[in-house]
Design a binder for this molecule. Structure first.
Ligand code: KG4
Ligand code: ZN
Length: 459
């Protein structure tokens, strides 16, 4: 049996949307009196809006709804996270269990191990979030949970937990797109941030440039054709023999402070491609070659035992890598600003979020791009840039208030229910100018984009 939270691939988009992004408000209202007051204000959002009114309504969708209490659950990758957030954006709690030991041991995320670690941590993490918020499940208005993109095995742990709570306490569920959550948490930290805005989302698995036109509606200006920047930081840190228990990115950022960023001439990727796509696989290889050609025994000698000269060489590689990695971001972001302003001249904000956005060098350089173009940079504090439960709860709140959520699971739903998840789930369609000849998009088993679902849910 497949849950209605996650529709089967064979469903046409319009039907899938009805199942997936929310039960219509009317049918829900009848058996959920608790939510009547929220829905009264949200119901206007369920009728098909004109393009102009979308902007106004988007700002109205951040209400002072202190009574709304959302639990957010995130298990898409290597962090088990949960948080309780009020409808007005007050963060009541956040709890997180990271799998750093596993990352060190396996050199990356091993899906089966990650699944087990999530399964071991999830009950405690959710309980801690509830305890720290001083609430119980029965106080919640709804549960938001990441349903993609990410590793199916890992996503399933969070969805299973969310449905269990929702079933017992008769709560609606909001299925959240992980990358949308990275973008939208910026609206929690900056209440002036309204649509349309440009967003760069940089994490371990994704490099996305999107134009956010409205809640759930994105134009994808660029993506990576191979690796994401976070993957390049992580591998480089590992190859340089750094202590990656707190993450490869932070370790490399720290060492780079000691190095000369101009000491090694790494090539900036994709300069010949006049688009907004990214590529970090080649830069990774350049780092590997730089280490090998200098005969640094980084596999055997960790940085803590390196000689002063060896440490300086490693720091130079780290700093030079970081300079070029970020220069590549700057190139693509400058072009994306131009494209975005052509489509939406009213844009005022440039959002930078995702784990890599917690890097101070990255933030400073992208702030420069924002200022140069008369935009305001909005980047959440580091703890909200890396994976967390708050961003899921907040995105759940935004969709919930827009009327996109699912009914509580039926009381007889079996505990071993198999849910269909969305490991590969685009945020939006590609901007036509952005199609790179070098793109080799694997299209198998990709779900309809969030944007196409949002749009068809209105029809
Ligand atoms: O968003 P995130 O927490 O998880 C994913 O969705 O992937 O991003 C994790 C990525 C990792 O590659 C991590 O090394 C990177 O973000 N990261 C950083 C920094 N902090 C985290 N990269 C560079 N500098 C940092 N300070
Ligand atoms: Zn993430």
């Amino acid at each position: 049996m497949v849950s209605t939270l996650l529709p089967t691939l064979s469903l046409p988009v319009s039907r899938a949307t009805a199942f997936l992004l929310g039960t219509p408000l009317k049918s829900f209202r009848s058996h959920h009196p608790l939510l009547r007051s929220f829905l009264a204000s949200a119901s206007s959002l369920s009728s098909p809006p004109t393009p102009r009114s979308l902007v106004t309504m988007a700002s109205a969708a951040i209400p002072a709804r202190r009574d709304l209490l959302m639990l957010g659950i995130e298990t898409s990758c290597d962090d088990t996270a949960a948080a309780v957030v009020r409808g007005d954006g007050e963060i009541l709690s956040q709890a997180i269990a990271s799998q750093s030991d596993l990352l060190v041991k396996w050199g990356g995320v091993a899906p089966k191990m990650a699944e087990e670690a999530h399964a071991l941590a999830i009950d405690q993490v959710v309980q801690k979030a509830l305890d720290d918020a001083n609430v119980s499940e029965s106080d919640l208005s709804a549960v938001a949970v990441t349903i993609g993109p990410g590793l199916s095995l890992c996503l399933r742990v969070g969805v299973h937990k969310a449905r269990k709570i929702a079933k017992v306490f008769h709560l609606p569920i909001v299925g959240v797109h992980h990358m949308e959550a990275h973008a939208l948490v910026s609206r929690l930290v900056n209440k002036d941030l309204d649509y349309p805005f440009l967003a760069l989302l940089i994490s371990g698995g994704h490099n996305l440039l999107v134009l956010a036109q409205n809640l759930g509606e994105y134009v994808q200006l660029g993506t990576t054709i191979d690796d994401a920047i976070g993957e390049a930081y992580d591998k480089s840190a590992r190859w340089l023999g750094l202590d990656i228990r707190k993450g490869g990115g932070p370790a490399l950022e720290e060492l780079a402070l000691e190095g000369d960023p101009n000491s090694i001439n790494f090539r900036v990727p994709m300069r010949q491609h006049k688009d907004c796509n990214f590529s970090y696989a080649g830069l990774k290889t350049q780092v590997r070659l730089a280490i090998e050609s200098r005969n640094l025994c980084t596999d055997d000698i960790p940085i803590s035992s390196a000689t002063e000269e060896d440490r300086q060489l490693r720091a130079n590689i780290a700093a030079s890598f970081q300079r070029i990695a970020v220069l590549h971001l700057e190139d693509r972001c400058q072009r994306a600003v131009e494209w975005a302003l052509k489509m939406e001249p009213s844009i005022k904000h440039f959002v930078v979020s995702g784990g890599v956005a917690s890097n101070q060098y990255v933030r400073a350089h992208l702030n420069h791009i924002a200022e140069k173009n008369g935009l305001q940079l909005v980047s959440p504090p580091p703890s909200l840039c890396t994976d967390n439960g708050v961003m899921i709860a907040w995105t759940g709140i935004e969709h919930f208030l827009a009327g996109r959520f699912e009914d509580p699971p039926p009381a007889d739903e079996p505990d071993d229910m198999q849910y269909e998840l969305r490991p590969r789930w685009p945020l939006g369609e590609e901007y036509s100018e952005g199609r790179s000849v070098s793109r080799s998009l694997r299209t198998a088993r990709i779900h309809p984009s969030l944007t196409s679902m949002t749009k068809s849910s209105r029809n």
